[in-house]
Design a protein around this ligand. Structure first.
Ligand SMILES: NC(=O)C1=CN([C@@H]2O[C@H](COP(=O)(O)OP(=O)(O)OC[C@H]3O[C@@H](n4cnc5c(N)ncnc54)[C@H](OP(=O)(O)O)[C@@H]3O)[C@@H](O)[C@H]2O)[C@@H](O)CC1
Ligand SMILES: [K+]
Length: 509
């Protein structure tokens, strides 16, 4: 289960952004780099000591500041009475003065396998945000020895060999049990394969100044709850928002039911399901709480009268009739419109649809749909989802929720939001339909499209966590616990019980 501090503002940074933040903190505050390093390394030492309290700790030391962190951590653990040995990977060691005179045995890279074999826990302080390309030979040797040792590895800032901006691993890369990352989670830790190699991710606060500008940020519980409009004590269904859902071609009633369920479970005052007559009996039996309108005879303007938000697309069909109906819907109102699934395929076919409508727009593509909208391949989308989401937002002048691991929300001029709530149990058909309905309900309650998308991701992810992690979770199981996820109950902080933990994310398994 993802755990967060109460912070509303946790950046997600590229390696370059992290280095720039570091230098600007030093410049603006006068805090010496050594103090940041000391704070970072002591926080990591606490995590190592808490999680792996017994036996020898072997610390792999690179020649940059990541190695500096490792030396400070080694010295700190030694001062706490732990048995510590260091393995030198670089041609030189970081400043010896970091050891404060503590004597720690140091072995060369060639002795790594033996040193790791004699240890209970390994700390990876080889490479951090300053690394470029695949680890060079002595480093690669030490990384191989680490991965072959069958000992748990705690990576400092990131698993060495992982590009902390892209998540790529161009050569040997550490497979960590835990990554303690400093100041903010790095983007490359949240993108695969980096996410898989990082293990459990613990982000610790180390004394940076507040970040300025529109960097990417985590969607935190505190932020999502703060955005959620309060339910007035004299609420009535009209004030809680009417969501119109255009979904499900004939024979595809399920998508419509699931989107409607998502909307109602997320607190919409009313859901109107617009779907062909062929689906009527199923839709009305499965979700009698929703209103039904026959799509075959519906007037696109009439059906949106009184609506506070419209969701169109889940399994609605991609034929000419569907395009004509979508076009009429898009032009028939000025309330926020969410386009998902088949509606995105139709938009890719007829991008002029965007110009013909005049209303706030949110697109919620998966990488395949994003690829169609940008005329690029799924591989290109997943290689840099941050860039793809930003390009879509620019191209269609709208908010974009790009689904994936992690899902992102982008809008031009606003920082990208990154979701880490939820788990792989959400990767089944139908959850996207529920999510569309949830976001529709949040739009209908007056949230901005990008905010509604980000909050919708968080609350759905949280609901999936509450519903449990096992296989076989139905989208309706997730929808059923949405009301609990939406309650303003504080999310428990890190089970490590140490101060300053911004994020504690379980390993991706
Ligand atoms: N100030 C902060 O924000 C704070 C930062 N902190 C810490 O500093 C880390 C960043 O430190 P950094 O900038 O010194 O870079 P780092 O990752 O140690 O690597 C540089 C070294 O690696 C080498 N090298 C590069 N590529 C390589 C390769 N492929 N294969 C082999 N070697 C390679 C390169 O050698 P060169 O290429 O120069 O010969 C150079 O010696 C950051 O991640 C965090 O842990 C904390 O103390 C808290 C405060
Ligand atoms: K590292």
């Amino acid at each position: 289960m993802s755990r967060f501090s109460g912070s509303t503002d946790v950046p997600v940074l590229t390696a370059d952004e992290m280095r720039a933040w570091d230098s600007s903190t030093i410049r603006r505050t006068g805090i010496p780099e050594r103090v940041l390093m000391e704070t970072a390394a002591r926080a990591a030492a606490s995590v190592v000591d808490r999680l792996y309290p017994h036996g020898r700790v072997a610390v792999a030391v690179g020649s940059g500041n990541n190695g500096g962190d490792a030396l400070v951590l080694a010295r700190t653990l030694a001062a706490w009475g732990r048995d510590v040995i260091a393995v030198q990977a670089g041609s030189r060691m970081p400043d010896e003065a970091l050891l404060h005179g503590w004597r720690i045995p140091v072995v060369p890279a060639e002795g790594a396998a033996e040193a790791f074999g004699g240890a209970a826990t390994i700390v990876d302080g080889l490479l951090g945000t300053g690394a470029t390309g695949a680890p060079r030979e002595a480093y690669a040797l030490v990384i191989r020895a680490m991965n072959d040792s069958a000992r748990p590895v705690v990576a400092l800032d990131g698993p060495s060999g992982v590009d902390l901006t892209t998540g790529a691993a161009p050569g040997e890369a550490v497979r960590a049990a835990v990554t303690v990352t400093f100041g903010a989670p790095k983007r490359g830790l949240l993108l695969f394969p980096g996410r898989g190699l990082a293990g459990r991710i613990v982000a610790v606060e180390v004394g940076f100044a507040p970040r300025e500008g529109d960097a990417a940020r985590l969607i935190t519980p505190a932020w999502a709850h703060q955005l959620l409009p309060a339910v007035p004590p004299d609420a009535h269904k009209g004030r809680m928002g009417r969501v119109v859902i255009v979904a499900g071609r004939a024979g595809m009633a399920g998508a419509c039911v699931l989107a409607g369920t998502g909307a109602l479970r997320a607190g919409a005052g009313m859901a109107v399901l617009v779907t062909p007559e062929a689906n009527r009996v199923i839709v009305q039996s499965a979700l009698p709480e929703a209103l039904y309108t026959d799509r075959d005879t519906a007037d696109a303007m009439e059906v949106q009268r009184g609506a506070a938000a419209v969701v169109a697309g889940p399994a609605m069909g991609t034929d000419d009739d569907s395009l004509a109906f979508l076009d009429a819907i898009a032009r028939g109102s000025d309330v926020p419109l969410l386009l998902d699934a088949d509606a995105l395929t139709l938009l890719a076919r007829d991008p002029g649809l965007r110009e013909r409508m005049d209303r706030p727009l949110l697109l919620t593509p998966h990488p395949g749909e994003a690829g169609r909208l940008l005329s690029s391949s799924i591989k290109e989308i997943t290689a840099d989802p941050f860039a793809a989401a930003a390009a879509l937002a620019e191209r269609f002048r709208c908010a974009v929720l790009l689904k994936g691991t992690p899902s992102l929300v982008a809008e031009t001029g606003r920082g990208t939001r990154v979701n880490v709530a939820g788990h792989a149990g959400l990767a089944t058909g139908g959850n996207g339909d529920v999510l569309g309905g949830v976001i529709g309900a949040l739009l209908a309650r007056g949230m901005e499209p990008a905010d509604a998308a980000a909050a919708g991701l968080y609350f759905s992810g949280r609901a999936a966590e509450l519903a449990g992690r096992g296989r076989g979770l139905l989208p309706t199981d997730v929808a059923d616990v949405l009301p609990d996820a939406l309650l303003k109950v504080p999310v428990p902080g890190s089970s490590l019980n140490l101060p300053g933990i911004l994020l504690d994310l379980p390993a991706a398994v």
